[in-house]
Ligand binder design. Structure first.
Ligand code: 5AD
Ligand code: SF4
Length: 439
């Protein structure tokens, strides 16, 4: 009987995709996925270090796994991802959690099969971390979570050094994949049934595949791939969003009319201290330009509350931006101090109770706009990729609109994998309900 594995993934889509890669490599080694973590022969935890509570949850999980390992000494426990790119984390694991067998980082995922073989054959513990990945390793297998949609990395790393953010330290400097490698990967995915790709990068707008292929040119090239039906991307840094990209939204029919454009704060003073390199007014102008060029474009964002030095007045600027842009949805975060980032040493940290109180007000503002925007969809007919049955109601199918809104709907059985028309009949804050029409 073949051995089995379980991967637990924390964090962003980049991590989710790395986990798909790890699953792909295990698949090639003849391991099978096991939905029951506690019965798997190998447990892999792919970590995120963007916020502090993720660190705490990770160490909590490691603590719980000690018993499992004591009962089943053959269990192999591997940890990877962004947290492993921080020396103080590795030191903590080595000293306090010695039952971990394999540690690897974000730059050397491709080494995982070798590290695993070492353990399987010689029972030697393995720690392998690369400081920074200069080269891009192409051709790694991947075991997709979804049949009809896929993540495709177009670049790795980040050069922006926003003062709160750990990513430039854990994912290294920006490096872009060659356009021909990306195009080949997507053609192969389409041959395998994929209809929708999401291009991934910390800041896709600074993609530079070669002299002539920056991000907009890449989109135009991908728009020509036969059989591909939808292109999405994330994440965009406002400072690098070009007019050429806005034009690509107009020209490229496959590019979904949705942009995730993290604003982080509405206060120009806070943005300056965050090193974001745009102002409140600059962001609002950009949004106007997008809305004028692409009516009905869905705009989503990330917002941090309680960055050091944020006053009530600064926070009011954030609420004002929410009010003016009317985001379709927003991920809201309490500022969390990250070791090794410049903001860690800022002296004017905002007290926890103030942060929480502002956070609640922000969530209320954001949610009421999301609910209202969803309500405005009632009666409309939207294009939806039928992904499969809804998780919460097995009578309904599930999918996303062009603007990335989640819809559960009634439809005939044979439409999975198709893009169909769905009439929206009900709405809530986070999703829509409808039924298939025009069949
Ligand atoms: N504290 C809170 N939120 C953070 N983010 C990144 N770093 C931090 C931090 N230290 C948020 C940003 C980013 C999203 C992925 O996570 O909003 O866009
Ligand atoms: Fe972090 Fe800023 Fe880079 Fe985004 S752009 S990954 S927030 S440093």
């Amino acid at each position: 009987m073949s051995k089995t594995f379980f991967i637990q993934t924390f964090g962003c889509q980049m991590n989710e995709h790395d986990s798909e890669r790890i699953a792909g490599m295990l698949d090639e080694m003849n391991f099978k996925e096991n939905p029951d973590r506690d019965k798997a022969d190998i447990i892999i935890i792919n970590t995120c270090s963007v916020r502090e509570n993720a660190d705490n949850r990770f160490f909590g999980t490691l603590g719980l796994l000690k018993n499992l390992k004591m009962n089943r000494p053959d269990l192999i426990l591997a940890v990877c991802g962004c947290m492993m790119q921080q020396q103080h984390i590795i030191d903590t694991i080595k000293s306090k959690y010695p039952w971990v067998d394999i540690i690897f980082g974000t730059h050397n995922i491709h080494e995982f099969p070798k590290l695993l073989s070492n353990i399987l054959n010689e029972r030697t513990k393995a720690i392998s971390i690369w400081e920074d990945g200069e080269e891009i390793v192409e051709g790694l297998p991947s075991k997709r979570k979804h049949k009809f949609k896929a993540f495709v990395n177009i670049m790795y790393g980040c050069n922006n050094f926003c003062t709160y953010c750990i990513v430039p330290y854990t994912r290294g400097r920006e490096r872009s994949r060659k356009p021909e490698d990306i195009i080949k990967e997507i053609r192969d995915l389409v041959d395998d049934g994929v209809k929708e790709v999401t291009l991934l990068g910390q800041n896709v707008n600074s993609y530079k595949g070669d002299e002539n292929t920056h991000f907009p040119e890449l989109i135009y090239a991908l728009n020509d791939i036969e059989g591909l039906e939808r292109i999405r991307f994330m994440t965009s840094h406002p400072k690098d969003l070009s007019d050429r990209l806005i034009k690509a939204f107009v020209d490229c029919d496959k590019l979904c009319k949705h942009i995730h454009l993290p604003v982080q704060s509405g206060s120009s003073k806070v943005l300056k201290r965050m090193n974001r390199k745009y102002t409140k007014e600059g962001y609002l102008e950009l949004v106007d330009k997008l809305k004028n060029a692409v009516p009905n474009i869905a705009i989503t964002t990330d917002i941090i509350v309680g960055f050091p030095g944020e006053t009530e007045e600064d926070f009011q600027d954030t609420l004002d931006v929410v009010d003016k842009v009317r985001f379709d949805s927003a991920f809201t975060f309490l500022y969390s101090t990250r070791k090794g980032t410049p903001a860690e040493n800022y002296e004017d940290q905002v007290p926890e109770d103030v942060k929480h109180e502002r956070f609640n007000r922000l969530v209320e503002a954001v949610n009421s706009i999301s609910a209202e925007k969803n309500r405005m969809m009632i009666g409309k007919i939207e294009k939806v990729l039928v992904e499969g049955l809804s998780k919460t109601n097995k009578e309904l199918y599930t999918g996303r609109t062009d603007g990335h809104k989640l819809v559960n709907f009634e439809a005939p059985d044979n439409l999975i994998g198709e893009i169909i028309d769905v009439k929206i009949t009900e709405s809530s804050t986070f999703s829509l309900i409808g039924h298939a029409v025009n069949l």
